[in-house]
Design a protein around this ligand. Structure first.
Ligand SMILES: [Zn+2]
Length: 271
């Protein structure tokens, strides 16, 4: 039932919004499983640090190559937690320096969150995956090697990339549910959304992006999140991809500020 409400709140996104995608500046520059993986260019972040409202439906055709370019012009992303609760999400890990510290803060405050994992990081740090799972957080697939252009690949290669990531996660934590996929950089395409869904993963976007990957001051990160969050929000943060000391320092303030108004939840594994 929650799913129905969640989908009622999601927005239809067109290819045009790809130009506005932000977030996920971090890279995990280790070997990719596919020889076709291209170097990851930096995304073009929005100049506005404030969370953007859900774009409205538009007939603007997508420029992204798909197998059905003449008929498929839009796709639907998950942009809410699915309930009134607010979901903290951490991308690009697990990282041996930052992920344990983030987990410590969450554990000390009794907060459950969602971690969007990169396959190469999972392969390098399987014990951290097990700790994330053991401490009750939700897992999300964030591609094998943070390929910003993953969604432009053939569906077979997209699927291979996503499955390799899930396989690495399951090698670390057998049987753990992986019900979400988040595209690197938010560079969604219809093909990426379709493949994620075919593998049982909801295409998880966000509602609040404090752009912590740009390393603003902790107080700025906290302020952007607390001021920008509404009920049902999904907050984008990073526990890897660079020096995350400011994100870590911002976390207690984020948790305290949000808890004054909302329940902090892990995204559900069943829907
Ligand atoms: Zn990312």
């Amino acid at each position: 039932m929650q799913l129905r409400r969640a989908h009622g709140l999601v927005a239809v996104v067109t290819g045009f919004t790809l130009l506005l995608a932000t977030g996920c500046g971090g890279k995990a520059p280790t070997a990719a499983p596919s020889p076709s993986a291209s170097p990851s260019p930096s995304p073009s972040p929005s100049p506005s640090p404030s969370p953007s409202p859900s774009p409205s439906a538009s007939p603007t055709p997508s420029k992204a190559p798909t197998t059905r370019p003449t008929t498929e012009k839009s796709y639907v992303l998950q942009r809410t937690s699915g309930s009134a609760g607010v979901a903290l999400t951490f991308d690009d890990g697990p990282h041996p320096t930052w992920t344990p510290r983030v987990l410590d803060v969450l554990r000390a405050r009794g907060v459950k969150a969602t971690f969007c994992l990169v396959g190469t990081q999972v392969q390098a740090h399987p014990a951290l995956v097990r700790r994330i799972v053991a401490e009750g957080h939700t897992l999300c697939n964030h591609s094998w090697n943070h390929e910003f252009k993953l969604g432009t690949w053939s569906e077979a290669k997209i699927s291979s990339n996503m499955r390799a990531t899930n396989n690495a996660i399951h090698a670390a934590a057998p049987g753990v549910p992986i019900r979400y996929f988040r595209h690197p950089g938010g560079n969604w395409t219809a093909a990426a959304v379709r493949v994620a869904r075919s593998l049982g993963m909801s295409p998880l976007h966000w509602t609040v992006d404090p752009q912590d990957w740009r390393k603003p001051a902790a107080s700025t990160i906290t302020s952007r999140v607390v001021k920008g969050t509404r009920a049902g929000g999904v907050v984008l943060l990073h526990d890897a991809g660079g020096d995350r000391s400011q994100t870590l320092a911002a976390l207690p303030g984020i948790i305290g500020g949000l808890r004054a108004k909302y329940q902090l939840i892990r995204l559900p594994d069943t829907f």
